[in-house]
Design a protein around this ligand. Structure first.
Ligand SMILES: [Fe+2]
Ligand SMILES: [Fe+2]
Length: 154
């Protein structure tokens, strides 16, 4: 357990109910899965797992993120969320970063991969803590948490 391990562990993103929960169970569940996916990817990169394994973890994660963003965007539209456009732009930026990372992934540049995964982790958490929190508060005010049977994509 060298210094680097301790340093890497600090950057592993873990679900913390009090910190990450928005109080919308379906969104929380999806966020929990995404955070787990990021965590798994992070560890795969930290342990220098084979390139194909890292690639497939990232591809799965992108799919999960894509589905989740579509779900949130459908909710935003359904409830006429006023910040839909800026929220959608943040989604696009995160997906673009993740896709770029997938395309640029090469075993020849492990440090660059580590940094890119750390960026993806930071951006995603920042989005959940700021923009998704605002969306969650709006949806709760609209009664969405209590009306989950009526939300799209269920
Ligand atoms: Fe979002
Ligand atoms: Fe989200």
């Amino acid at each position: 357990m060298g210094r680097e391990v301790t340093h890497m562990q600090k950057r592993v993103l873990k679900w913390e109910e009090a910190r990450h929960s928005l109080g919308i169970p379906l969104i929380d569940e999806q966020h929990r899965k995404i955070i787990l996916g990021i965590n798994t990817l992070h560890q795969a990169v930290a342990k220098a797992l084979p390139h194909d394994a890292v690639r497939s973890l990232l591809a799965n994660l992108i799919q999960l993120i894509d589905q989740h963003f579509s779900f949130e965007e459908a909710l935003m539209q359904e409830y006429a969320f006023p910040e839909t456009e800026s929220h959608r732009l943040e989604h696009r930026a995160i997906v673009a970063h993740a896709r770029h990372l997938l395309n640029a992934l090469t075993p020849a540049r492990p440090l660059r991969t580590k940094l890119a995964v750390a960026d993806l982790t930071a951006w995603t958490e920042r989005h959940v803590l700021a923009s998704d929190r605002a969306l969650g508060a709006f949806l709760i005010a609209q009664g969405a948490a209590a009306r989950q049977r009526a939300v799209p994509g269920r």
